[in-house]
Design a protein around this ligand. Structure first.
Ligand SMILES: NC(=O)C1=CN([C@@H]2O[C@H](COP(=O)(O)OP(=O)(O)OC[C@H]3O[C@@H](n4cnc5c(N)ncnc54)[C@H](OP(=O)(O)O)[C@@H]3O)[C@@H](O)[C@H]2O)C=CC1
Ligand SMILES: O=C(O)C1=N[C@H](C(=O)O)C[C@H](O)C1
Length: 273
């Protein structure tokens, strides 16, 4: 049995992950963690997730290390918010717990700190801005398309629900970085994040990234390759969070056996490329 701790247990992703884990024969939820001093402390995580009692009480993140020591999980799954996730990664890694992290919006420093914590504590880890199989095929296809269409203008557009806090999405950032790397362009120099005012003509090198927020959009990503007289629009649309959750379940199974001390990708989990 794979023992799983979930941080962000009452969130959109966290509660869906708890529901899905309880449907699996080979894994169980042993800890459900929410914000420090959460008013949900003591509530059953299954009741909160809408599936009835599972015998796991929600605890506040102020007791994270204590909870991990008591419940001894094999894997911690984090879908929270970047600043909190970066702290959770450090603490869980120092307790020797393998990690599946889907939280987005990390700064470069926070991502470096995540990678260092995985290395220093020699744990298994999967960190990915998008756990859906379709999006990972989308990334791999962009890597191949970009060098073929390297003289087209490239723009990325993402759309998400009105509750999303970070922008642009982690997925749009991964798509941007994938394209920049495939074209050997420096991401620091070529990224244009939205446009307003007298920005001047578009340069050939720049890659635009744009965010739309509204209603209940689960997550749409389009990479536009725009030429003179024609364009290709390559789009992934998530219709349901179940596609991310399915990837999380596969990552939970993968990570206890993953190479230690390095961050694995969803390509590794899904056996893509
Ligand atoms: N990689 C992927 O495939 C996907 C990634 N995501 C990413 O996952 C993250 C979460 O998304 P979503 O579930 O929609 O967001 P939600 O806001 O619904 O859930 C986040 C939860 O984390 C809680 N939280 C905040 N800080 C802590 C902490 N220190 N310890 C424990 N829990 C904490 C929040 O509590 P409170 O609300 O009280 O602050 C909330 O319940 C985002 O970064 C999103 O971009 C989302 C979908 C797929
Ligand atoms: O916040 C979300 O909802 C999502 N976040 C991820 C991101 O920022 O890329 C993945 C997915 O698009 C949904």
């Amino acid at each position: 049995m794979i023992k799983v701790a979930v941080t962000g247990a009452a969130g959109r992703m966290g509660s869906g992950i708890i529901r899905k884990i309880t449907e699996q024969d080979d894994m169980e939820v042993v800890a459900a963690i929410e914000i420090p001093e959460t008013p949900l402390a003591g509530e059953d995580a299954g009741v909160r997730a809408g599936i009835g009692e599972i015998g796991v009480k929600i605890t506040g993140a102020e007791k994270l290390e204590e909870t991990l020591k008591e419940t001894n999980p094999d894997v911690l799954v984090d879908f929270t918010i970047a600043h909190a996730a970066a702290e959770t990664v450090k603490k869980a890694a120092s307790c020797g717990v393998n990690l599946v992290v889907g939280t987005t919006g990390f700064s470069d420093e926070q991502m470096e700190s995540n990678i260092q914590a995985v290395k220093d504590n020699n744990i298994g880890a999967v960190i990915s801005s998008n756990m859906a199989i379709g999006v990972n095929v989308f990334f791999n296809t962009l890597k191949k398309l970009a060098p073929i269409l390297n003289d087209f203008d490239i723009e990325i557009i993402e759309a998400h629900h009105n509750q999303k806090k970070d922008a642009p999405s982690g997925t749009a950032m991964t798509a941007f970085e994938t394209i920049a790397e495939a074209l050997e362009r420096d991401p620091e120099e070529v990224g244009v994040f939205g446009r307003k005012g007298m920005v001047g003509q578009r340069t050939k090198q720049e890659i635009g990234v744009h965010a739309i927020r509204g209603g209940d959009i689960v997550g749409d990503h389009t990479a536009m390759f725009i030429g003179d007289g024609e364009r290709i629009e390559f789009t992934h649309r998530a219709h349901t969070r179940e596609v991310f959750i399915a990837g999380v379940i596969r990552a939970i199974r993968y990570v206890p056996t993953a190479e230690k001390g390095v961050v694995s990708s969803m390509n590794d989990v899904l056996g893509l490329e």
